[in-house]
Design a protein around this ligand. Structure first.
Ligand code: HPA
Ligand code: ZN
Length: 319
């Protein structure tokens, strides 16, 4: 496996069914079933929302700092084994505060997991706080304010959850505050929403990367902008198949067309516990089903470092 950076993964989406069950037992929480295989049999999705409903349900098992530590540690060990040298991990703070968990518990567990994983494997990792779009703009601003005491424990903000009906324009205040704090800015756009959501993320939120961005391909002017400014798109092939945001066959994915357009695309796992695999599984799937050449795979790996928020000197050391 090539050395890569992973820039689009939700740490909560790496919560494997086995760990859901173990944490439920540890915390005395009821589940519809304590059989991981049966839990996983529900992972059949028709769209983004059908996934999010199950994903949020499972996250009720995360209660203590140790739970967040175990979640982060499991991903970072698996990622390091997959060739990930740099991980920029999304986390959904609002999901946990809505479940009654203090921000200090979430930050404490995830930050300790990163420190120990770096010491054990050399992996470099940082956190990006994602706002839940379905909770609206005011909640996003309030959440960022509540996270500012932990400002040194995350490098940026993002925007995730239900896309349709929650355009980037609702989040100008929180992203403005993030910019004033010197935080990096990214947003999911063009996963289910149209090219207009990508334009808004760029023009109204000032994002430095677009997460997914597949539907940008419907707008030639937007493709030209993304190419000319080399704005990174973090593409998630197995996620697109699982959530039906791409044609049913991976062989028909737009990735080769995106590369042909000269777009700065990278390959990412999104929610590896739900969509059929980690970043190495995504690379393996596109290699075989899209017949990518070694040069194209090398370019995708190189793009992942180019697109990361690491300072140049640190990128060089990891490549
Ligand atoms: N899309 C939007 N929001 C999300 C996702 C996703 O794939 N995973 C977790 N939150
Ligand atoms: Zn995502």
């Amino acid at each position: 496996m090539l050395p890569v950076a992973e820039l689009h993964m939700h740490i909560e989406g790496s919560l494997e069914a086995e760990l859901v069950v173990a944490l439920a037992r540890r915390n005395g929480i009821d589940l519809p079933t304590f059989d991981p295989a049966e839990l996983k049999s529900r992972y059949r999705f028709t769209d983004l929302q059908s996934f999010l409903d199950i994903y949020y349900d499972n996250l009720a098992v995360l209660r203590t700092k140790e739970d967040f530590y175990d979640l982060g540690s499991a991903y970072l060990a698996r990622a390091a084994a997959a060739g990930v040298r740099r991980a920029e991990m999304f986390f959904d703070l609002q999901t946990h505060t809505q479940n009654g968990i203090a921000p200090a518990t979430v930050f404490g567990g995830l930050t300790a997991a990163i420190a120990d994983a770096t010491a054990a494997t050399g992996i470099s990792a940082d956190l990006i706080l994602c706002f839940l779009r379905h909770l609206g703009g005011d909640a996003a601003t309030e959440t960022l304010r509540s996270a500012l005491p932990f400002r040194d424990q995350f490098i940026g903000v993002g925007l995730d959850s239900s896309e349709l009906g929650f355009p980037p324009s609702l989040f100008t205040e929180s992203f403005g505050l993030a910019a004033a704090e010197g935080l990096h800015r990214v947003a999911h756009a063009g996963e289910e929403g149209g090219p207009d959501y990508v334009w808004e993320a760029l023009d109204l939120l000032g994002v430095e990367r677009i997460d997914h961005g597949n539907r940008a391909m419907e707008d030639a002017d937007l493709v030209a902008r993304l190419r000319d400014e080399q704005i990174p798109l973090t593409v998630c092939p197995l996620s697109n198949i699982a959530l039906k945001t791409a044609p049913p066959e991976l062989a028909d994915h737009l990735l080769p067309a995106m590369l042909a357009e000269g777009l700065l695309v990278s390959i990412n796992s999104d929610d590896p516990a739900y969509f059929g695999g980690y970043v190495d599984d995504n690379y393996a799937a596109i290699e075989t089903q899209l017949s990518l050449t070694p040069a194209q795979l090398g370019l995708l790996a190189e793009n992942s470092f180019t697109s990361s928020f690491l300072p140049e000197a640190e990128k060089e050391a990891l490549r």
